[in-house]
Design a protein around this ligand. Structure first.
Ligand code: HEM
Length: 348
């Protein structure tokens, strides 16, 4: 399934981004929006067993981003207005939210109607089953169960789409800033990804790519900061914290702490050779969080990211406008401070 997603991604880049490839070349497309749409499309395929067209996915990813940005804004607002107050922002949010919920309803209906790939839909089927939704229920419109199902599907897509897109984006930016490493990774991609049918075994051979991806999430962890509540009292050095206190974990800082990293602020994928990784404490690196609420998609992301990046390098020369100037901004995720424009050209 991941092999198919990769080939589809290359085809989409050819059609929508690459200069002159199939004629269209839309190099004005912001690269974060582009990868968000790709990541959403892949997530729907891999986790729900269903298909979305790329053009629809662009709109859906935009809906989801707008929903997230709006909710982020409300976190900081001293008095968030109820959503029924017809402000411009509320109206925009309500419209995007309705659109996305309609899409989720379609996914539920399609699967209850027997559409989709049975193997890929295992997770979706489990969620539908756990909420007591079945094909025979469709006409009865069980609203609360549908609402819970929609919320669960939404949380999976939110967790999956922007994090994956950002990790790809930062990796490409860092590669453009470090051409020697880009050349090594491209040579590896040329050597490994040349079989007709690509399998997980091929992806596992992409060692440089995996290290590049890990290193990019070290410098720019998409989930750069999150919190946990202490179940038990804990002593942090000289600071005692009682149970129930909230602890904020900042991956961005720990990932750059000179105690653990040979080159704290430099892009140095060799931080992740097995030898170097073995020297570090386990939680010096946690782009996927850890413990009971660690990321459920971590293993998938570690397959998807290195594979797609390698496939892209194998197929295209990429130029990112002002790659050296792009800086992160710390919102709920670690995003670039400006739209990222890129030019893709098919390699001979
Ligand atoms: C590079 C890609 C990804 C990164 C960097 C990432 C990172 C994270 C982080 C840091 C958390 C913890 C957030 C918190 O506690 O506030 C998390 C949770 C989660 N992630 Fe991911 N994630 C990625 C991809 C995915 C994908 C593809 C899925 C698809 C299923 C996914 C599903 C989840 C879920 C369901 C949780 C919540 C787990 C829980 O609360 O028990 N993630 N992720």
């Amino acid at each position: 399934m991941i092999g198919h997603s990769g080939q589809q991604t290359i085809q989409i880049i050819k059609t929508h981004l690459a200069d002159g490839a199939n004629g269209e070349g839309r190099s004005d497309l912001d690269l974060l929006n582009f990868f968000s749409a790709i990541a959403l499309m892949i997530a729907v395929h891999v986790f729900f067993g269903l298909k979305v067209r790329f053009d629809d996915s662009v709109q859906l990813a935009q809906d989801l981003s707008d929903i997230l940005r709006f909710l982020e804004g409300r976190l900081w607002s001293p008095i968030p207005l109820p959503l029924w107050v017809p402000t411009k922002d509320n109206q925009h949010f309500n419209q995007r939210n309705r659109h996305f919920h309609r899409f989720l309803d379609q996914q539920i209906d399609q699967r209850l109607g027997g559409e989709g790939d049975d193997q890929g839909a295992l997770l979706l089927d489990a969620i539908l089953g756990a909420n007591g939704l079945s094909a025979s229920d469709r006409a009865e419109n069980p609203d609360t169960r549908r609402k819970t199902t929609r919320a669960q599907l939404l949380s999976i897509l939110i967790a999956a789409f922007e994090t994956s897109a950002l990790s790809m984006l930062w990796s490409l930016i860092l590669l453009k800033q470090n051409p020697a490493i880009e050349a090594q990774m491209r040579a590896e991609a040329d050597a490994v990804l040349n079989a007709e049918e690509l399998t997980t075994a091929h992806i596992n051979q992409l060692e440089i790519s995996k290290r590049v991806y890990q290193e990019s999430m070290r410098l720019y962890p998409p989930g750069w900061c999150f919190s946990r509540e202490l179940e038990k009292p804990h002593q942090f050095g000289e600071t005692h914290l009682s149970a129930g206190k909230t602890v904020v974990l900042c991956a961005y800082n720990i990932h750059r702490n000179p105690l653990y990293w040979e080159h704290p602020t430099r892009f140095y994928p060799d931080h992740f050779t097995s030898e170097n990784s073995a020297k570090r404490p386990r939680h010096a690196y946690f782009p996927f969080a850890g413990g009971r609420h660690a990321c459920l998609g971590a293993r998938f992301a570690m397959l998807e990211g290195p594979y797609l990046l390698s496939l892209i390098l194998k197929n295209f020369e990429i130029d990112i406008e002002e790659a050296d100037k792009i800086k992160p901004i710390a919102a709920t995720t670690l995003r670039p401070d400006r739209p990222v424009r890129a030019h893709f050209a098919l390699r001979p």
